[in-house]
Ligand binder design. Structure first.
Ligand code: PLP
Length: 503
């Protein structure tokens, strides 16, 4: 096509803009012309009408067209020739031309073998089926009562810290976290969790998940052995797979992770992940004897223990149990905590407490994740803790959840007892109920979603979903009325599942 060719005005009328669309008209025009170029409808080398003529034809303001032309010129789709107008660039590579612009929903789902993923990427993408987003339905596990968060107070604090912000809070901050927050967390952990630490050992992370990820990256090499409790937390499994290793799944007994079984499966692991206060998901509390045995073994083997203390604030039969970290005299425990349960998950703040000799390495590693947590949120949280609001919120929630725990137990005993049973585990935010007879918990889970219930199958927590059938019933996020209604719905569902399996 010769350079003198002009785009016929009739072509311009193929462009349709929507005045009611919130997207500015110049952006719509820019996208429409860009698409016409990529599809070959506006061929390379052709001259576009002047912005004035274009605007007149489509009844637009000239500015709209000038802005769209400017954007197309900046991106290299158009070139301006002095005194002669705007031309479609001739040098757009052929492979971009006539390629249909992809709509997000049209994108083919790549098969795992043609994605070019690393082996570890493929394992991560296919082995664990963690929900990407979830509706807040009863009985979602691990969900705090979001209606009880002191939002007024929290938003006032955040606004105050933004209002009074100094320039040094807007630059790159301390990778380990805001000093006030590290100090507040250290004080809290010493007083309430018997963690032995000073503020420099505290590293603020984006939730417990980032802490698990950082620890696994720094402590594991491909081919190393790491133990994971079974049933166990998929977040820890994901962190281990991301670090390039396949965790060894170690069963539980009544006292906690079964060390004898672990030793037989894979002796002298480099890393051992445990949830001693309230095992996830069984709710077992690790006995003192098992804690001491675990610590002694870790010292002999040179292993690190990753203690995930995710919901330990909530204990309903006496005082909270001391942490495993507080018993450690050999610097083998890395303690992981989160504000997702005591405040709310979207806060995305958690922390690690690392032994002194690992502080520098963990700070270095933290730089290469997202570098640091958001400064203003950290400042607001530090004040929230220092002012005593945090502890009073925890106390209030402990009281509320203790009641919900009793209700949930009673519902399993009285409403769900034909199908399920649960051992009393007076702590945390969920109760694990086991099927009394044959029951396909995955199928029931699918049915439950249709009835706006979240019945997390117990088999999800076992490798290849091969394990006892049951459900992990989160109760903390729902009031008594919601719990009772959801239990009645669940009973109807299980009744139906039972009659179907008998047919
Ligand atoms: C065992 C366990 N650890 C940690 C967490 C908290 O994760 P995060 O702080 O990343 O929200 C959860 C949340 O469900 C959990 O179940």
């Amino acid at each position: 096509m010769s350079r003198s060719n002009r785009l016929p005005l009739s072509e311009i009328h193929t462009i349709q803009l929507d005045q009611s669309d919130p997207e500015p008209l110049y952006r719509q025009l820019y996208r429409a012309v860009r698409e016409a170029i990529l599809l070959g409808r506006f061929p390379p080398g052709i001259r576009l009408p002047s912005s004035r003529a274009f605007a007149r034809e489509l009844n637009l303001s000239r500015n709209t067209v000038v802005n769209a032309y400017d954007q197309l010129t900046d991106e290299g789709f158009l070139e301006r020739r002095h005194g002669s107008g705007s031309y479609i660039t001739e040098t757009i590579p052929d492979r971009y031309l006539r390629a249909q612009p992809k709509q997000a929903e049209d994108k083919p789902k790549p098969k795992s073998e043609d994605t070019g993923l690393s082996q570890r990427g493929r394992r991560l993408a296919t082995q664990i089926d963690t929900p990407r987003s979830e509706k807040l339905l009863p009985f979602m596990p691990g969900l705090p009562d979001l209606a009880q968060i002191p939002l007024e107070r929290w938003s006032r604090l955040v606004s105050k810290h933004w209002r009074d912000v100094k320039p040094d809070m807007l630059g790159y901050g301390n990778v380990g976290g805001l000093p006030q927050l590290r100090k507040a967390v250290a004080e809290y952990l010493k007083a309430c969790r018997a963690v032995t630490c000073h503020a420099d050992q505290v590293i603020i992370t984006a939730g417990a998940q980032q802490g698990l990820d950082l620890a696994c990256r720094l402590l594991l090499d491909e081919g190393d052995t790491a133990w994971l409790e079974t049933p166990g937390y998929h977040g820890a499994q994901g962190a281990m797979i991301s670090a390039g290793i396949q965790p060894v799944r170690v069963p539980m007994d009544r006292e906690g992770i079964d060390l004898a079984a672990g030793k037989k499966l894979a002796p002298k692991p480099r890393l051992i992940y445990v949830t001693p206060s309230h095992q996830y998901p069984t709710g077992i509390t690790m006995s003192l004897a098992r804690r001491l045995d675990l610590l002694a073994n870790a010292e002999t083997w040179g292993s690190y223990i990753l203690e995930d203390d995710y919901d330990s604030e909530f204990r309903y039969d006496g005082r909270p149990l001391a942490s495993l970290q507080g018993l450690d005299t050999a610097g083998r425990v890395i303690y992981v905590g989160t504000f997702s349960k005591v405040l709310f998950p979207a806060l995305r703040l958690g922390y690690l407490v690392v032994p002194d000799n690992l502080i520098d390495a963990f700070l270095a590693g933290r730089c290469y994740l997202d570098r640091q947590a958001p400064s203003i949120t950290q400042a607001a949280l530090a004040e929230f803790i220092e002012s005593g609001w945090f502890l009073s919120h925890v106390r209030r929630m402990r009281h509320a959840y203790a009641h919900r725990y009793r209700v949930m137990n009673e519902l399993v005993k009285n409403v769900l007892s034909p199908w399920l049973s649960a051992d009393p585990t007076p702590a945390g935010m969920h109760l694990t109920a086991y099927a009394k007879g044959p029951l396909d918990d995955q199928a029931v889970h699918q049915e439950a979603k249709k009835r706006k219930l979240l019945l997390r199958p117990l088999t999800d927590y076992y490798p290849d979903r091969k394990g006892p059938s049951g459900f992990v019933l989160g109760y903390a996020g729902f009031d008594e009325t919601q719990l009772r209604r959801a239990a009645a719905e669940t009973a109807a569902l299980l009744e139906h599942a039972g009659s179907v399996s008998e047919q």
